[in-house]
Design a protein around this ligand. Structure first.
Ligand code: G4P
Length: 537
């Protein structure tokens, strides 16, 4: 019996590909997502899922897609089949500033696709997200988008990726362009084939393509002699001098394959999808305190990487996103909730996100399952079906922005407390309470300032609370470790505030770097930690 399960899990593991798209806003992440769904056959017309930026997709759009294809789609996780692959595409929230939420999503994927705008090159947000991927040794596949528009030269872009990001590149294809820069096709450097595209209306359908070689006379009709000569020269140069495609180096995050495309016009999208899936890693073994957990292991294990309240307004419950790491997930299974040592029956597992609530009956490593969370599950929690496994904690980042909330209506306090509770549980912001403040007026802390905007937006939309954020002049939080007497006797510069975190641990908020240095020097009997000591040390 176990033998059959093991081989079934191994088979499913082989076909799983789980990834996220990282990019600077406006590089084309949304457009590419749609086109990947189009080429994978998950939607018939791209564009049907598009809404205004930053808004959740209208349910009617999703419903249409659900009905068309019977696939499960959410703005957070998309799941679809293509060729023999079973693909999980996780959305990364598109905030301008770095957010912990994005970081957590990246802990749940095995591969990342980095979209770069060919005119802008490597931008700040891309760099930060790339660094997160590098720290985890996640393979990164680069897609240089918008090649239909004037942009930087392809060779310059490769150089920029190598210099700015410090990763070796291997071009997988090359844009075929006229002297005026109009792109007519993509040259596949691996297969040595030219793919000539025609524009389909609004790019909502697949672009008709004709596949040929570099010496086909049709190229001479499409391109000026100079453009054709330049293309041939470049290809020759790349073949002679370029880094070879080394699958192991790609899969260990040392080498990034680079693809040129126009997501808008659908040029190069299928070439990218096919090649990416073949080179991407399947579910990788995960580090746990007990050693590496291999995905083929027959016993189920997984971890919670995201919590979200009110995803579905009609149900208003909280959902925990669980990444399956090993074995087979089955609805109704009883698992260990490792942090509390309790048993948990997973009865309410949802597909993410069918229009009508639909249960997930089984899932395999690489898949994401939604569990209705009665409040017991927290970010980073491990669930496992047999022997004890405890996955490494998802690191948190020290907050650098602080604020209070003011309420015009005092009768909203109760609703505010509930909203704050749930949104803090999701990890949207952290809260501290000033020492000795009987009103317990919370101080909010965030890694990036935009988190406050998201907070007030969500408080208003989901909890009907109109709160205003008032920024506070602190830049650092330090958890204090020492005897109560030593902490009480601390010498702090002006402008600091003593607060408690929700677990009643003492924390000091400080206005600048100088105050941190001063406080550290003057109080040798107290240790200052950037993160709660337990999580950090
Ligand atoms: P994002 O999710 O990364 O923020 O980017 P998104 O896909 O929303 O694309 C940002 C803008 O870039 C959009 O234009 C989109 O149409 C355009 N775009 C995406 N891919 C390509 C491409 O390959 N070529 C060209 N020329 N443009 C591309 P917009 O005007 O902001 O929005 P919309 O009016 O098109 O919806």
């Amino acid at each position: 019996m176990e033998q059959t399960l093991t081989s079934q899990v191994a088979r499913e593991v082989q076909r799983r590909r789980t990834f996220a798209i990282i990019s600077h806003p406006d590089a084309g992440k949304t457009t590419l997502t749609e086109k990947l769904l189009l080429y994978a056959g998950a939607v018939r017309l791209a564009g049907s899922v598009r809404t205004r930026k930053g808004q959740r997709h209208a349910t009617s759009d999703w419903m249409e897609m659900e009905q068309e294809r019977g696939i499960s789609i959410t703005s957070a996780v998309m799941q679809f089949d293509y060729r023999d692959y079973h693909i999980n595409l996780l959305d990364t929230p598109g905030h301008q500033d770095f957010s912990e939420d994005t970081y957590r999503v990246l802990t749940a994927v095995d591969n990342a696709v980095m979209v770069i705008d060919s005119a802008n090159g490597v931008e700040s947000q891309t760099r930060k997200l790339f660094e997160v991927c590098q720290r985890r040794r996640t393979p990164v596949f680069t897609l240089i988008n918008k090649v239909d528009r004037p942009g930087k030269e392809p060779l310059e872009l490769l150089g920029e990726i190598e210099d700015v990001l410090g990763i070796a590149t291997v071009p997988m294809n090359w844009p075929v362009r006229s002297m005026l820069g109009a792109v007519v096709g993509i040259y596949d450097l691996q297969q040595r084939q030219v793919h000539l595209f025609e524009r389909a209306e609004h790019g909502s359908q697949r672009a008709p393509v004709q596949v040929t070689d570099l010496h086909d006379p049709v190229l001479a009709e499409l391109l000026e002699p100079q453009a054709l000569a330049q293309l041939r020269d470049e290809v020759e140069l790349l073949e002679a001098a370029g880094d070879a495609l080394d699958r192991d180096r790609v899969q260990s995050g040392e080498l990034t394959p680079v693809y040129f495309a126009s997501a808008l016009l659908n040029f190069g999208v299928q070439l990218f999808l096919d090649s990416f899936l073949d080179l991407a890693v399947g579910p990788v073994a995960r580090k746990a305190q007990q050693g590496l957990v291999r995905p083929e292991h027959p016993h189920f294990s997984g971890f919670v990487f995201k919590l979200q309240a009110n995803m579905d307004r009609r149900h208003r419950d909280r959902l925990a996103f669980v990444r399956v790491c090993s074995g087979r997930f089955e609805r109704d299974m009883v698992v260990n909730h490792v942090r509390t040592g309790k048993k948990l029956r997973l009865t309410r597992s949802l597909k993410l996100f069918a229009q009508e609530r639909e249960s997930v009956d089984e899932a395999y490593p690489g898949d994401i399952v939604g569990l209705i969370n009665p409040g017991m599950l927290a970010i980073g929690d491990t669930l496992c079906s047999s022997e004890r496994v405890e996955f490494d904690e998802i690191p948190r980042f020290p907050p650098e922005h602080f604020a209070t909330l003011s309420l015009p209506e005092t009768d909203q306090r109760k609703a505010l407390a509930k909203g704050l509770d749930q949104l803090c549980e999701e990890g949207l912001v952290q809260v501290f309470y000033p020492v000795g403040d009987v009103m317990r007026q919370p101080i909010l802390a965030a890694v990036g300032p935009l988190q406050f905007d998201v907070l007030t937006d969500r408080l208003e939309n989901e909890y009907n609370v109109q709160a205003r954020v008032e920024r506070l002049p602190y830049e650092h939080a330090r958890w204090l470790e020492g005897t109560a007497a030593a902490i009480a006797a601390m010498r702090c510069p002006p402008g600091c505030a003593r607060v408690l975190d929700p677990e009643e641990r003492p924390v000091l908020l400080l206005p600048d770097d100088w105050s941190v240095r001063y406080t550290t020097e003057k109080n040798p009997e107290v240790t200052l930690h950037r993160m709660p000591p337990k999580a950090n040390d």
